[in-house]
Design a protein around this ligand. Structure first.
Ligand code: IZC
Ligand code: ZN
Length: 461
């Protein structure tokens, strides 16, 4: 199978329109954030058997279709009606490029709402240490883990980091990801954190994948603070008084994140950092209860964060707080990262079913990073979510589209196939979305559309 990445998309000035036809299913995810039983409703438009039957004349001329113009979705509906409506509204059909989904499934472009995209080096040694029983937080306390990546990242130039980021973004795009959140957090000093945020921003400008930078200055206490008796406190003060004002002045970060975890940053320290970040206009997200109950879920609700991430070990109170917030109409998205639990060789996955049953909106993300999740693809996460978290395929897909968009504060802009939303789409070579998590590890993507342009095309051969 050949993979063609088209630089900058199919730049066809004569055809600002795009018509996606011939799908057996269009998974629209229309209708907003998914919570409770609604998370299982993908709002699918389905072709009939007659629509898809082979016929003479123009192929794929019936069934549901999507029209996009200048990068945004114009309309979704039965092809014949859609074409009449386009012609009647001065959108001449000859200005539309055609994508034939060939009996496959079309979904919104996938959104990866939690990645540590940019770093130097790699940490395959920790995999072997963990096989022998080493614990993630012990490796970190001994100066390894995150801190070994910090050393390699400080030594990397902006060009090194950009080249690394470009390669991994291409891998993500070929697996259907069209929007990526990218955290800093492997610099921990102002200069390197600014470098990471600048590179993340620049990669987003280059496209085609949109990159949203997050400041994660509070990822670990760096070596230059560790010998001091009040190491963590002194670092927290310097984050608030020195690093954060510098990050805010640079203006690249959209969000602030904190690794709120026993032995890393306490709930109180995390609260102070995030409140300070909010004053600079940053959106809030947290690494919450990844390894032990640490008050992360409770804090996410208290501060009205966009997202509480990981939740592999939330407290009963944390779950109750997330449930009340959702019921009271101020939901915090629970962004679950199952590959991390698996790669850490931990037994307990996040209580995804309980979260959904208590009405908490669930998103899924890769957590791409060199220590605990060296996986950049969301299709694998969908399979893991079904097998380990017991999500249905529809719930899992909502978790990497509309709910992930909400976790980034972009729920009105992308994550669903509705008029006015970004025309970010994935065409899958399977007749129903229920097969996407089922064919584990297969290359099912035949095309990716970003901003209305075909940016990945895998011709049938
Ligand atoms: O590099 O270990 N949990 N941060 C918090 C990570 C995992 C990434 C890492
Ligand atoms: Zn993370």
């Amino acid at each position: 199978m050949t993979l063609r990445l088209i630089q900058g998309g199919r730049a066809d000035q004569d055809k600002p329109g795009l018509l996606v036809v011939g799908a057996a299913e269009i998974v629209t995810m229309a209708g907003g954030l998914r919570m409770g039983t609604a998370q299982d409703d993908p709002a699918v438009l389905t072709a009939t058997e007659a629509d898809l039957a082979p016929r003479t004349g123009s192929a794929a001329n019936r069934g549901p279709a999507i029209a996009a113009w200048d990068g945004r979705i114009l309309a979704v509906g039965p092809r014949a009606e859609l074409e009449l409506a386009l012609e009647a509204s001065d959108y001449p059909l000859n200005r539309f490029a055609i994508v034939d989904a060939a009996g496959g499934t079309v979904t919104p472009g996938l959104i990866d709402a939690h990645t540590h995209l940019l770093f130097g080096g790699s940490r395959e040694g920790e995999l072997v240490l963990r096989q022998r029983g080493a614990d993630y937080l012990e490796i970190l306390a001994a100066g390894g883990g995150i801190l070994s990546t910090v050393a390699a990242t400080r030594a990397a130039t902006a060009d090194d980091l950009a080249e690394h980021g470009r390669q991994w973004l291409a891998q993500m795009l070929s697996r259907g990801t069209t929007t990526v959140e990218a955290k800093s957090g492997y610099g921990l000093d102002l200069a390197t954190e600014l470098r990471l945020l600048e590179v993340a921003h620049r990669l987003g400008e280059e496209g085609p994948v949109d990159v949203l930078p997050t400041w994660l200055g509070a990822h670990a206490v760096p070596p230059e603070f560790r010998d001091r008796p009040d190491a963590t406190e002194a670092f927290v003060r310097s984050l608030i008084d020195e690093q954060l004002p510098g990050v805010a002045a640079q203006g690249r970060a959209r969000f602030a994140d904190v690794f709120c975890e026993e032995g890393v940053f306490s709930q109180d320290q995390s609260r102070r950092i995030l409140i300070a970040a909010e004053r600079y206009g940053l959106g809030l997200r947290l690494h919450a209860d990844e390894i032990r109950p640490s008050g992360g879920a409770e804090l996410a609700v208290e501060l009205g964060a966009l997202s509480a991430d990981h939740l592999a070990a939330p407290s009963g109170q944390g779950l109750a707080d997330l449930a009340s917030a959702a019921v009271e109409g101020r939901p915090v998205v629970a962004t679950l990262l199952p590959v991390t639990t698996w790669f850490l060789m931990h037994d307990a996955y996040a209580p995804a079913r309980e979260l959904i049953e208590r009405g908490v909106p669930v998103a899924l993300a890769s957590d791409f990073n060199p220590g605990t999740s060296p996986n950049c693809g969301l299709p694998l996460i969908l399979s893991m979510a079904c097998v380990e978290l017991k999500l249905t395929p529809s719930e899992a897909l909502a978790a990497v589209t509309i709910n992930a968009a909400h976790a980034l504060g972009l729920g009105e802009d992308r994550g669903s196939i509705e008029t006015g939303r970004l025309a970010d789409l994935v065409v899958w070579r399977v007749p129903t979305h229920r097969q996407i998590p089922y064919w584990v590890g297969a290359d099912l993507i035949s095309a990716v559309v970003k901003h209305g342009r075909v940016v990945v095309e895998r011709p049938l051969d």
